[in-house]
Ligand binder design. Sequence first.
Ligand SMILES: [Zn+2]
Ligand SMILES: [Zn+2]
Length: 121
Amino acid sequence: MAVINPKSVKVNVTTGTGMDIEWDDGHRTHFGFQWLRDACPCATCTEERNNHHRNPGEPAKQSAALLPMYKEPAKPKEVKPVGRYALNIAWNDGHASGIYSWDYLREICQCEECRARVVNS
Ligand SMILES: [Zn+2]
Ligand SMILES: [Zn+2]
């Protein structure tokens, strides 16, 4: 399958509203920052998600016995292109090893159309 590249990528750090991608084929994707943080594709996060049977973007469950800790909402501190195929996002919690490839981002697209496709396949 041919890789679909983004035509434009907007990272709305100032407004905190997330990331918008417009793809070559006209498809549009929106991700919230917290969702993207919880979908971090690095080896550590992937392993942790697998251990807890979480899907990309699914927040970690807080133990009911613990008081909920205040966490600053996830926001990128820095977003850098990696070659022509990916973005490296450094988050405000200090985590910076996530390389979000276009492939991956398209695969986890959260629009209604793509979510329906995942459910039906
Ligand atoms: Zn990670
Ligand atoms: Zn989509």
